[in-house]
Design a protein around this ligand. Structure first.
Ligand SMILES: Nc1ncnc2c1ncn2[C@@H]1O[C@H](COP(=O)(O)OP(=O)(O)OP(=O)(O)O)[C@@H](O)[C@H]1O
Length: 374
């Protein structure tokens, strides 16, 4: 975990968590008709269901733990020595494109193994089938059979989990009710709105009653009303005792949902904590910023007079006299606000402005309301 800001401590397609070893041999159901069966479980399936295990749940180990985890895709370092612990509630995972959010979530779900380090759920490695039973996963991409109804799709996913036909039906109705889709579940998936599709993905993730729900970009492309409804649904799931790990590009959306956020930047965890803690830490942490301007010496004289500015280095390097300033400032938020005003008042031609500390860059991007993109 990096580093300066962080207090110490603390896949494509939908998931098909199995319910036990027997489920590895579960029959793939016939899906041609839309009728969801309600009767006759065979004995073997019923026994499989009866064994639906909860052994790992009683463990006192953290719900989700990343220990010094790195992940390489060929030559691309997607996660860099990430250490992270979740114990409950809702956690928001924010970061720019390519920050490593999906990689982290897919590891938490057991779809990817780390190159280095360990990822565990209640003390069990996440690619172990015992751990998978504790995790429900909503991927960012849709991978639906569009001709199926929502109800049929969720029931099929339950069957793929290894539940009996009867149990699959019972669980399907239960999760459809929880996500508010009972009335709309017989419509074909291809006619669903994005919000409804998200609810169906959530329903399949809830089938096996996981402790931890992982949601990859669930708010992306959802209109404001649908978004508000989803936020309320996430809150109600948390109130029912689920731990939610939700990724998003938008801190503002997550801010309505939770105070506990993890900010990622270039494969590292740049900050963890409540938003207020992160803001406080940031305010206490001086930043170095490179500013390219037309007349660096004149701008340096203006900047050095600001109370937030600790030092200014001038490096004129262009033939036209323009150049770079490296400014060290504390109270970064205040510094950026003041500098913005100065730039307007003095018509400063700012050609480039770049925090030199990448963790600060990402965090500032979010706290100042931008995307944090680099
Ligand atoms: N299968 C892959 N092969 C090679 N590189 C990959 C692969 N998947 C991801 N990456 C790279 O790993 C880094 C992290 O990607 P990841 O998808 O985890 O980020 P992200 O924060 O989820 O981004 P986005 O918000 O765009 O989905 C990026 O540089 C990405 O290009």
């Amino acid at each position: 975990m990096s580093n300066e800001f962080v207090p110490a401590g603390r896949a494509t397609g939908v998931s098909t968590p199995v319910t036990g070893r027997a489920a590895e041999h579960a029959e793939v159901p016939h899906v041609a008709d839309e009728t969801v069966p309600t009767a006759h479980a065979d004995t073997h399936e019923a026994q499989t269901e009866a064994r639906a295990p909860h052994a790992a749940r009683s463990s006192g180990a953290p719900l989700l733990l990343f220990e010094q985890v790195s992940k390489w895709y060929g030559t691309v370092l997607a996660l860099n020595q990430v250490t992270l612990e979740l114990t409950g509630g809702i956690t928001g995972l924010v970061g720019a494109n390519g920050a490593g959010k999906s990689t982290l979530l897919r590891m938490a779900n057991g779809q990817l193994r780390p190159t280095l380090g360990r990822v565990s759920v209640r003390g069990v490695d996440t690619w172990n089938w015992r751990a998978r039973r504790l995790v429900g996963y909503c991927p960012d991409a849709d991978a639906f059979y569009e001709e199926m109804s929502g109800r049929r799709f969720v029931w099929t996913m339950a069957r793929l989990c290894g539940y009996t036909r009867v149990e699959s039906h019972r669980r399907t109705e239960g999760v459809l009710a929880r996500v508010g889709m009972l009335e709309r579940a017989d419509r074909k998936l291809r006619g669903y709105s994005k919000g409804m599709r998200q609810r169906i993905k959530l329903a399949q993730a809830l089938l096996h009653e996981p402790e931890l729900l992982i949601l990859d970009e669930p708010l992306s492309g959802i209109d404001p009303i649908g978004r508000q409804e989803l936020l309320e649904l996430f809150q109600s799931l948390a109130a029912q005792g689920k731990c939610l790990l939700i990724s998003s590009h938008e801190l503002e959306a997550l801010e309505k949902l939770t105070n506990h956020v993890v900010i990622m930047a270039r494969g590292r965890v740049a900050a963890v904590g409540t938003l207020q803690q992160i803001r406080d830490l940031l305010e206490d942490h001086p930043v170095s910023v490179r500013i390219d301007v037309e007349n660096p010496r004149a701008v340096a004289r203006l900047l050095i007079a600001l109370p937030e500015v600790l030092a200014v280095d001038v490096a004129p390097n262009m033939a036209d006299g323009s150049g770079a300033l490296v400014v060290k400032a504390d109270h970064p938020k205040r510094f950026f606000e003041t500098f913005g005003r100065l730039a307007v008042e003095h018509a400063i031609d700012v050609r480039r402005l770049e925090p030199l500390d990448e963790s600060a860059h990402a965090i500032l991007g979010y706290l100042l309301g931008g995307s944090g993109k680099t």
